[in-house]
Design a protein around this ligand. Structure first.
Ligand code: PRP
Ligand code: URA
Length: 210
């Protein structure tokens, strides 16, 4: 598993505002969107492109276009949905699939309650969006789901991760082509499976308590 932790002052500054318990939902949502676009720049470094010819007003030039099949972006509902807009701004031609997952607050085990994905992901580059990588259970299950459908490589973009979750994903995805791009690697999980210091419950802060 490749790990990339983005060290950029704008990412750090936006994450600081995101963590602040006083930040209201509308601002939180804008910050999530801006952060994803910054992280996606790094996460898409290995995106497949084809050479293409283009004519400028001055003459012919060599360029590139995104290869087929187009990349698939998969937000993990609910909180990952808050990252979709920022990602598609950078990658407007990507297709989008959805995975709905929720973790049990006691056992911390994820269950999948919704899927809307292409049946065949052969030869697809996939980008999974989820702001929080805590125990890693949700991300590992999402990645397994995509590999089972034929995905070739998966890049996860997470805003904040915990060492425990990274270790779990690395173990579960051993031998697979997996990259995790993080905005920050925090200290640890607390006894409730929340990232410390983290930002609290990302879904609740985006959309309110359910
Ligand atoms: C949160 C978060 C991740 C998951 C991370 O979702 O968005 O999907 O928890 O935890 P894990 O690494 O321990 O699996 P949650 O289950 O709270 O659902 P929500 O997005 O609907 O709020
Ligand atoms: N899910 C969240 O939203 N926050 C955490 O800290 C852990 C899991």
């Amino acid at each position: 598993m490749r790990l990339h932790i983005t060290h950029h002052p704008l990412v750090a500054q936006k994450l600081t505002l995101l963590r602040d318990e006083r930040t209201p939902s509308p601002v939180f949502r804008s910050l999530v969107s801006e952060l994803v676009t910054l992280l996606a720049y790094e996460a898409t470094r290995g995106i497949r492109v084809e050479p293409v010819d283009v004519t400028t007003p001055v003459g012919p030039a060599k360029g590139v276009e995104i290869s087929e099949p187009r990349p698939l972006v998969v937000p993990i509902l609910r909180a990952g949905l808050g990252m979709l807009d920022g990602m598609t701004r950078l990658l407007p031609t990507a297709e989008v699939g959805f995975l709905g997952m929720v973790r049990d607050e006691t056992t911390l085990q994820p269950t999948t309650y919704a899927t809307r994905l292409p049946e065949d992901l052969s030869d697809r580059q996939c980008f999974v969006l989820d702001p929080m990588l805590a125990t890693g259970g949700s991300l590992a299950a999402a990645m397994q789901y995509l590999f089972d459908r034929g995905a070739v490589d998966i890049t996860a973009i997470c805003l904040i991760g915990a060492p425990e979750g990274l270790g779990a994903v690395e173990k579960a995805m051993e031998g697979r082509d997996v990259t995790v791009v993080l905005g920050a690697l925090d200290e640890r999980l607390n006894e409730h499976g929340y990232i410390v210091p983290g930002l609290g419950d990302a879904g609740d802060r985006l959309y309110g308590v359910v």
